[in-house]
Design a protein around this ligand. Structure first.
Ligand SMILES: [Zn+2]
Length: 120
């Protein structure tokens, strides 16, 4: 992530965060590569949250390219909804639409979308 209120979570740039995500995928898969498929109980899943538009766009390419599962929280809490509105001037779901994030992917799940408006 490169856009969090928790500074210790932030990478220095979208590119650094994207590289970190790619490294995570490789390392996670390496942990189970010598196991039989039915023994592989872990797999990497990306959660693009509190990221810049550039990083969100980059992360949107990885699921198809790397056959990767991806999930995101969306409009989960009132303070998050307000933070996105203040920071970006739009609704949470519109941030994904803005960067043309592939919401149509079957391996993408939106979770905890508690306060999404009917307009969105
Ligand atoms: Zn959540």
């Amino acid at each position: 992530m490169d856009k969090s209120s928790r500074l210790t979570y932030n990478k220095t740039s979208a590119e650094a965060s994207l590289q970190s995500a790619k490294t995570f995928v490789v390392r996670c898969r390496a942990l189970v590569e010598n196991l039989q498929p039915h023994e592989r109980l872990i797999e990497p899943v990306l959660t693009p949250r509190f990221v810049s538009d550039d990083l969100l766009q980059g992360l949107g390419i990885l699921p198809e390219k790397e056959a990767l599962k991806i999930q995101s929280h969306l409009a989960e809490a009132h303070d998050e909804v307000e933070w996105v509105r203040r920071d970006r001037g739009m609704e949470d779901i519109d941030v994904f639409a803005k960067v043309r994030f592939p919401l149509y992917l079957t391996n993408f799940q939106l979770i905890h979308w508690n306060f999404i408006s009917t307009v969105s």
